[in-house]
Design a protein around this ligand. Structure first.
Ligand code: AMP
Length: 175
């Protein structure tokens, strides 16, 4: 198992100082380009939830769309996108969240989740947990229940996991 994770780590490209100085950007386009890694990643994201009833996987724009849809398919769940403002065409609800400088917003279609739906929030990477928390609030406003979170990577030094305050936070690679 450890060698599997080492393999995945080896196909993720680190780009220093992108998009601004001091950030080590984790580029998954190189993972997507590798068929073996593509399958491994979907399998490892699915594993912690395969014995649970999951109604919806919510994926965060934009890299959360890439594996979120695969994860939904392999769990027999539906997929719902959470997007940046102004992108979704039908009626939306929105949540603001804090960035290092200023605030940002995420939106979801107002009819995307039904009351009582059991929901997983997925993204490629958790840093501070701000965007995943905004997604959680959107889901809960529509009556959904968060059964857990799912990430490919977790930047543990930013303590995003603590900010989510949930017993089930699954990350394949803790960096
Ligand atoms: P946060 O809301 O702080 O947890 O940030 C997570 C979001 O920002 C995710 O959608 C990530 O794709 C993106 N992100 C933050 N830091 C990085 C990083 N070092 N490399 C790649 N993506 C990142």
């Amino acid at each position: 198992m450890e060698s599997t994770k080492e393999y995945l780590l080896s196909v993720i490209r680190n780009i220093p100082d992108f998009p601004k100085p001091g950030i080590q950007f984790k580029d998954i386009t190189t993972l997507l380009a590798d068929p073996k890694a593509l399958k491994l990643t979907t399998d490892l994201l699915t594993k912690p939830y395969q014995n649970e009833r999951v109604d919806v996987v919510v994926g965060l724009e934009s890299r959360g769309f890439l594996f979120g849809t695969n994860l939904a398919q392999s769990l027999g769940a539906s997929f719902v996108p959470v997007r940046k403002p102004g992108k979704l065409p039908a009626k939306t609800i929105s949540e603001s969240y804090e960035l290092e400088y200023g605030t940002d917003q995420l939106e979801m279609h107002a009819d995307a989740i039904k009351k009582g739906d059991r929901v997983i929030i997925h993204d490629d990477l958790i840093a501070t947990g701000g965007s995943a928390t905004a997604a959680k609030k959107l889901v809960e406003r529509l009556g959904g229940e968060i059964i857990g979170y799912s990430f490919i990577m977790e930047l543990s030094f930013l303590n995003g996991r603590e900010n989510l305050n949930h017993q089930k936070v699954e990350s394949i690679l803790i960096i």
